[in-house]
Design a protein around this ligand. Structure first.
Ligand SMILES: Cc1cc2nc3c(=O)[nH]c(=O)nc-3n(C[C@H](O)[C@H](O)[C@H](O)COP(=O)(O)OP(=O)(O)OC[C@H]3O[C@@H](n4cnc5c(N)ncnc54)[C@H](O)[C@@H]3O)c2cc1C
Length: 458
């Protein structure tokens, strides 16, 4: 499939997606990074900024932005896959609070670099509104705010909106209340990742595309065209990680799928709102997410595609007609103004990476020079920037506030062997769908969903 057909976003970057030259043969570097998504490129960016003399090589199997970074919902948020209570249970309350503050700073930092590097990624710092459209969803909205308060975060970080305030931001059908955080920007994700690739090249980093890495080992990244020998090797392959030898059970690739509408007329936007291009969702169990694009479309996505046996990642898995139809139906339910035939022009998807304990992590082992970051679940747009800054400090041996954050050198357990992994991930999905369905039928919160969340350690 041509790269521009992989997502609405990749079809609307302002450059052709012609691959950069592949690795010509064996070479030496100071740092070799595998994967040219946000994680690999942010790491290269901060390393090159801190030490312009470093010889940094990025190896990418396809082209920069081929993976989730060129296909996502474009929420540059301060969200983490692990809740504050779960982080506090594992690492202590202060560490959890420090991590959340670091994420708030991260959204500002991405905005700073986007402006400084002139990356035209339609950055709009409009925050996120998460709607509550049923009794149980209102309860969850209240609980989310109460939890934020327990950790010392005030209304300036997360506010509970009454019905009128919520509707003023996003007039979806049946809105009763909402939570609102200012800590999120809507971005054009592919323009961000492509712009980052150019920014690192301006700083002297070499990117080789169409260069698959077949093995990572201390001191080397091996490809069919040759080996890059370097004392530091960074794995930044997220949902594709299980394909690397020795990493089959490190990450489960879970698919998220999206649709985009045609540009909607001004009159429709007057009815919907999202005037500040707030990203939006609601408090249901199976995650949905949307943004108003700079060209006035709705880009809208959700989970629900099945996990594939053996952690397989295949191009066809991005296209699940059943999930696209469900997304279209859900968008129509949220915004009846779109009419019975929601005008969808694009459908796509991609794999994201889920660690067994649902915890993102970043790490570097000085002994063997191997570094990694990932397991962001659906929250990698912002988090990968924090990962890149942290890896740059770890690799350079800088003891900073970032290197003391609780996710540093956290080792998630490995996933169960198959068929247990397949059974567990897909059963979880079923529980959450059934919980949403039961809640909208009965108006009461689902106990099974709460139990499953606890099982995940949320
Ligand atoms: C549909 C969808 C919607 C999402 N929405 C959001 C959102 O709104 N907000 C948010 O925060 N997060 C979201 N996410 C998650 C987010 O996109 C990811 O967490 C983030 O892009 C991860 O970046 P990465 O660089 O770690 O991985 P990727 O972008 O997947 O990059 C990995 C790169 O490594 C390359 N690679 C893999 N294996 C090899 C190899 N062996 N050799 C060479 N190269 C290799 C791949 O080709 C790829 O380019 C979404 C994800 C999806 C799929």
């Amino acid at each position: 499939m041509p790269y521009q057909d992989l997502s609405y976003w990749l079809s609307t970057v302002d450059e052709p997606l012609s691959p950069r030259p592949a690795l010509p043969g064996d070479t030496d570097a100071d740092v070799v990074i595998v994967g040219a998504g946000y994680t690999g490129l942010w790491t290269a960016y901060y390393l090159a900024e801190a030490d312009p003399a470093l010889r940094i090589v990025v190896l990418e199997r396809q082209v920069a932005g081929f993976g989730a970074s060129g296909r996502n919902g474009g929420w540059c948020s301060a969200l983490l896959p692990t809740s504050l209570p779960a982080l506090a249970r594992r690492h202590g309350r202060d560490a959890a609070i420090a991590m959340q503050h670091a994420m708030h700073d991260t959204v500002r930092e991405v905005g700073r670099v986007v402006a400084a590097e002139g990356i035209d990624c339609h950055w709009s710092y409009g925050g996120t509104v998460v709607l509550a459209r049923s009794g149980p969803q209102v309860e969850r909205a209240r609980a989310a705010v109460a939890e934020a308060r327990e950790f010392g975060f005030g209304p300036e970080d997360l506010a509970l909106l009454g019905q009128d305030e919520a509707v003023a931001r996003c007039a979806a059908d049946g809105v009763r209340a909402a939570t609102y955080t200012p800590h999120c920007a809507a971005v054009h994700p592919a323009r961000l990742v492509r712009g980052l690739a150019h920014a690192v090249e301006r700083r002297g980093v070499t990117i080789h595309e169409r260069t698959p890495v077949t093995a990572i080992r201390p001191g080397a990244a091996v490809t069919p065209a040759g080996t890059v020998r370097a004392p530091v090797v960074v794995r930044a392959t997220e949902g594709y990680t299980p394909e690397l030898p020795g990493h089959r059970r490190a990450i489960a690739p879970v698919y998220s799928l999206m649709i985009a509408t045609e540009p909607l007329p001004a009159a429709t936007w007057e009815r919907i709102g999202l005037a500040e291009r707030e990203t939006f969702s609601d408090h249901r169990h199976v995650i949905i997410y949307g943004q108003r694009t700079a060209d006035d479309r709705l880009a809208f996505g959700g989970r629900g595609a099945p996990y594939h046996f053996g952690s397989r990642v295949r191009p066809g898995y991005d296209r699940e007609p059943r999930v696209f139809a469900a997304l279209r139906r859900t968008l129509g339910e949220l915004f009846p103004v779109l009419g019975p035939d929601v005008p969808v022009t694009h459908t796509w998807g991609g794999p994201l990476g889920v660690a067994r304990d649902w915890a993102a992590s970043v790490g570097y082992h000085r002994g063997d020079g191997l570094a990694w970051a990932g397991g962001y679940v659906g929250d990698g747009v912002g988090t990968s920037n924090l990962a890149g800054r942290t890896l740059a400090d770890l690799i350079r041996g800088e003891d900073s506030g970032l290197t003391r954050l609780p996710w540093v050198n956290h080792r998630s357990p490995r996933w169960e062997p198959e068929p247990l992994r397949w059974l567990a991930v897909n059963a979880g999905l079923k529980v959450m769908f059934a919980a949403d369905e039961a809640e909208s039928r009965t108006g009461r919160p689902s106990r099974r969903a709460a139990a499953f969340s606890r099982f995940l350690g949320h």
